[in-house]
Design a protein around this ligand. Structure first.
Ligand code: FES
Ligand code: FES
Length: 398
């Protein structure tokens, strides 16, 4: 159990919660705020949409512990909000209510549209509503109701404070305290005295925590072992070989940098630090790292171990890599999938290709500094579909 302090509809709340309790269950089961509905519990239908620090978010895929310090506003907390009053009136007038199950989420999304996109036409409204599913399929009345309120805003009859947000994307309080297995800031760093970095040494790597991702990879690089070993010691040349990775600072054995990931609708930009340990005699090394997503609430810490050995009579080098990581927050749902392993294999392939080309003094194979994981994910899924079809055809042939 962990204690979490947050503000719900203007009221300070302190609750002891299990790390896996999601925000919607906390609101519904503990606080009796049943206006936040639950349907898919996978972030797909929008029934549980509420506001976290003023931005719409899915309560069913938001861990309560990650809302430390956040301002949560549910449909109950928007009772007197002028835009919500206008929307409720318009939903009634335009028959935007059928069974009402999707309505709280619809209203919160509709309020966001009114504040963020006052000039939205019907097409844009439908696009913006695509993350909120109505099982009664009565979108016509809902869209008409939103258009009616937008018209009131444009005519000056309704004042709607403009939202500064222009882009959709993951939201979160951004103020979450350390989650179980999460990161903490070293006291010296917090005081500005630690020039090595903002993450305490003890929080780099797993530090005894159980990983939820474990990947083993072996690559063969068509260069001699000594060359590969020297190259791997030069982080400023190695990091750009990794799709999505950037290096912002190197201080002794400490690195600071980022990793950008796009997996379908989820976009993450991890900022983190790592410590590099190398054993020249054994030709092996270890990278202990930790980071947090500056766009959402995901956190990661982990260890990458690598070992070199000569193959093909010394003409090539085998690089064995083991990654053990603990991923927390919205992206953790991908940790359970075999797709992560396939994706890692694809990323490793690109990494090995880039590494070989850099060793040969050639530009990266992709001509890009970073490759969106989404394109790799597409390739992974395409490969899986191809394999499934091949298996099916094989069955028919028998
Ligand atoms: S219940 Fe949260 S998105 Fe469906
Ligand atoms: S009104 Fe019934 S689910 Fe939308």
């Amino acid at each position: 159990m962990r204690s979490v302090e947050l503000t719900v509809n203007g009221v300070a709340v302190v609750e002891a919660v299990e790390p896996r309790l999601h925000l919607a269950d906390l609101l519904r089961e503990r606080l009796g705020l049943t206006g936040t509905h639950l349907r898919c519990e996978q972030g797909a239908c929008g029934a549980c949409t509420l506001l976290i620090d003023g931005e719409p978010a899915r309560a069913c895929i938001t861990y309560a512990v990650l809302c430390e310090g956040a301002q949560i506003t549910t449909i109950e907390g928007l009772e007197d909000d002028p835009i919500m009053v206008a929307l409720r009136r318009a939903f009634t007038a335009e028959h935007g209510l059928q069974c009402g199950f999707c309505t709280p989420g619809m209203l919160i999304t509709a309020r966001d549209i009114v504040r963020r996109l006052p000039g939205a036409d019907e097409r844009r409204i439908r696009l913006e509503l695509s993350g909120n599913l109505c099982r009664c399929t009565g979108y016509v009345g809902i869209v008409r109701a939103i258009r009616r309120v937008l018209q009131e805003v444009r005519s000056g009859a309704l004042a709607a404070a403009a939202s500064e947000r222009r882009k959709l994307g993951p939201v979160g309080s951004g103020r979450a305290g350390p989650a179980p297995g999460g990161l903490s800031v070293s006291p010296a760093a917090a005081a500005g005295g630690d020039k090595r970095g903002a993450i305490a040494d003890a929080d780099l790597g797993l530090a005894g925590r159980k990983p939820n991702i474990e990947i083993h990879q072996s690559l063969v690089i068509a260069r001699p072992q000594a060359e590969v070993w020297t190259f791997l010691g030069d982080v400023e040349r190695v990091v750009p070989c990794m799709p999505g990775a950037t290096l912002s600072a190197v201080r002794g054995d400490r690195l600071q940098g980022g990793l950008a990931i796009k997996l379908g609708p989820i976009v993450a930009a991890f900022d983190g630090e790592a410590r590099v340990v190398r054993d020249d005699a054994m030709q092996r090394g270890m990278i202990l790292g930790a980071g947090r997503d500056r766009l959402g609430a995901s956190r990661a810490s982990g260890e990458l171990e690598y070992r070199l050995s000569a193959v093909q009579g010394g003409a090539a080098t085998r690089l064995d890599i083991t990654v053990r990581a603990l991923l927390l927050g919205p992206l953790a749902q991908f940790g359970r999938s075999a797709i992560v392993t396939d994706l890692a294999a694809r990323i490793s392939e690109v990494f090995a290709r880039n590494l070989e080309r850099r060793l040969a003094g050639l530009p990266d194979a992709t001509q890009q500094k970073a490759i969106p994981a989404a394109s790799l994910l597409g390739a992974v899924i395409a490969e899986r579909i191809k394999n499934a079809l091949a298996r099916l055809l094989e069955k028919f042939r028998r």
